[in-house]
Ligand binder design. Sequence first.
Ligand code: FES
Length: 129
Amino acid sequence: MKRRDALKVLGSSAALVTVLPVLASGKKLALRLDKAEKLREVGGSVLLKIKDKDVLFIRTGEEVIRALDPLCPHKQCTVKYDPGQDLIICPCHGSTYTTAGKLLKGPATKSLTAFEATLSGDRIIFSMD
Ligand code: FES
């Protein structure tokens, strides 16, 4: 696949990116920050398509990055991060979550699925398990 193809925006508005497995562990993946420029600043977020799944990344601190499954457990709408409120909100029926994915307000009855993610230099190391 050509680089231009890998970066094209898909129907879900998630950008398709290429990630590399971290050599020490087959389950962990590495995403270079130059593939997700919005995550260089605290408060930045980006929705990326990785291995056929959407992943919402949010930079919540200098050293803190969150990676979440953006599908709302209520009726599967794609949630969005609101940096003004520092909350994740579902545009369909208003379910509200912390940036760690914890449910604050329904109608959803479950929290978002959060993935392990850490910053390591210019890379995000994360898993999707
Ligand atoms: S689909 Fe998210 S609140 Fe209904």
